[in-house]
Design a binder for this molecule. Sequence first.
Ligand SMILES: Nc1ncnc2c1ncn2[C@@H]1O[C@H](COP(=O)(O)OP(=O)(O)OP(=O)(O)O)[C@@H](O)[C@H]1O
Length: 237
Amino acid sequence: MTKKPVIDIKNICHYYGKGSLKRQILFDINLEIYAGEIVIMTGPSGSGKTTLLSLIGGLRSVQEGSLKFLGEELSGASQSKLVEIRRNIGYIFQAHNLLGFLNARQNVQMAVELNKEISKQHAINKSEAMLQAVGLEDRINYFPDNLSGGQKQRIAIARALVNHPPLVLADEPTAALDKQSGRDVVEIMQTLAKEQGTSILLVTHDNRILDIADRILEMEDGHLARNSQSTVKIIHN
Ligand SMILES: Nc1ncnc2c1ncn2[C@@H]1O[C@H](COP(=O)(O)OP(=O)(O)OP(=O)(O)O)[C@@H](O)[C@H]1O
């Protein structure tokens, strides 16, 4: 049986600027990501990681090549199609993007209520269960300002995973965290992703978390320089 990839990228190139200022940023990227896989992308600053992540997340239009999410082509897709695709992706960014006037539960609940068919009580129950899964059961009614960086990032994880999306994209999720909180955050992501069969694509400069990856990608000057099974696990275990 051949598995269908969650993400299937063929010959993606990307450019910024116009005319004489036009610069190629991504060069002939080919990549497949399968269900339940945790893929970490590393590489120097400016090598194109965030650009590729935003293309995969439907946050930027594909200019050249093919990018399929669960078999759906994003190249040439309408804005409404992109919006629909984005509903199936969880996003976790460095600056967690929590709303300060909502408490932890309400921040997660917001994501559940994107689905209009879910009742308010069901949305509350789902949100509380998810906060419990990330170890914040005693912080459900706290506002982000009264929580640590690691706790805020755990709310962001709960929000990204509460709808059980097939794909989660994370851009530097541990950048603002100390060593232990960073470790806790990625281990929670890893456990939940494996439980739910979610694929994770995580961009990081943080070498301390490479061992959670099934596969490591390395970007170099807009080229995918390495795409290999992780051997870091063997070194660490
Ligand atoms: N909106 C934009 N307009 C023009 N150039 C851009 C834009 N966004 C990024 N770039 C340029 O494209 C290149 C790749 O940027 P990108 O943010 O994808 O790299 P990165 O690998 O994610 O870097 P970092 O690790 O620092 O976040 C850089 O040279 C950057 O200056």
